[in-house]
Design a protein around this ligand. Sequence first.
Ligand code: PDD
Length: 285
Amino acid sequence: MAIVYLNGAFLPEAQALIPANDRGFIFGDGIYEVVRILEGQVFAWDGHAARMTQGLAGIRIEAFGAADVAALHDVCTRLVRENDLATGEATVYLQVSRGAATRTHHFPPAGTPATVYAAAQRFTPNFAMRDQGAKGITMPDIRWARCDLKTVNLLGPVLARQAAKEQDAYEAILHRDGMVTEGAATNAFAVIDGVLRTHPLTHHILPGITRAILMELVRELGIPCEERPVSLPELPGAAELFVCGTTTDVQPIVTLDGKPIGTGAPGPITVRLKEAFAKRLYGRA
Ligand code: PDD
């Protein structure tokens, strides 16, 4: 049975019990992260830790600060070892909620400890889908106005991903006020008139760690790129479209709502970035 981490203890999953009045369960009152593990090492930990710390501060979970987040690094590596995942690829899910307390909308009494949970699992990238490209659909972005915080409230993405699945698509590309924001669980990029474009970092998107690495690679490779939203009318005419994320890497989207994007095959800028990112991830081409 899997060994998980709960509030300082490493224990079999079946013994990891959370009180039913935990605010993560009742209100979705918590922050999470998903990190990628390669050969027992956490990929891009500093970025994930910084985002988690900012997210916790953003929703005012003061019982779990930057030093507590930093200590989760060793929780990840130990979980990987305890679950025989130290070779090959894995992911670790981390969640911090505002803790268990009598239900009140306002915060629980000062001193209520946060609930801290982490679990590791095997991860096998779908290289064939990354090479061939995947289907996408478009969906209205019905999420709240602080999508920059990685909260465990995921109903918008859950409903969008289910709609995608029902249409045999990998991802739902979300739009708000006529502008593409991001994917349900990914950031989105499109090539329009030879320029790579992605939504700027505002409250309407998650500041993706993969997105940040791609922005570095774009500069290194000299690919013209603008942080400017793509409008919904522009999207079908994009020459290339891809989404990115911790478990997605760079995933070309080759059809959208049943119509081909560009030639209907992954485009040259997408492929260059996909290869450059794979090199960063695996340390080789
Ligand atoms: N999702 N945008 C949203 C809404 C996301 O949920 C994610 C990540 C991303 C990509 O961020 P990053 O590159 O840091 O993974 C963008 C994670 C993997 C998830 O919910 O499982």
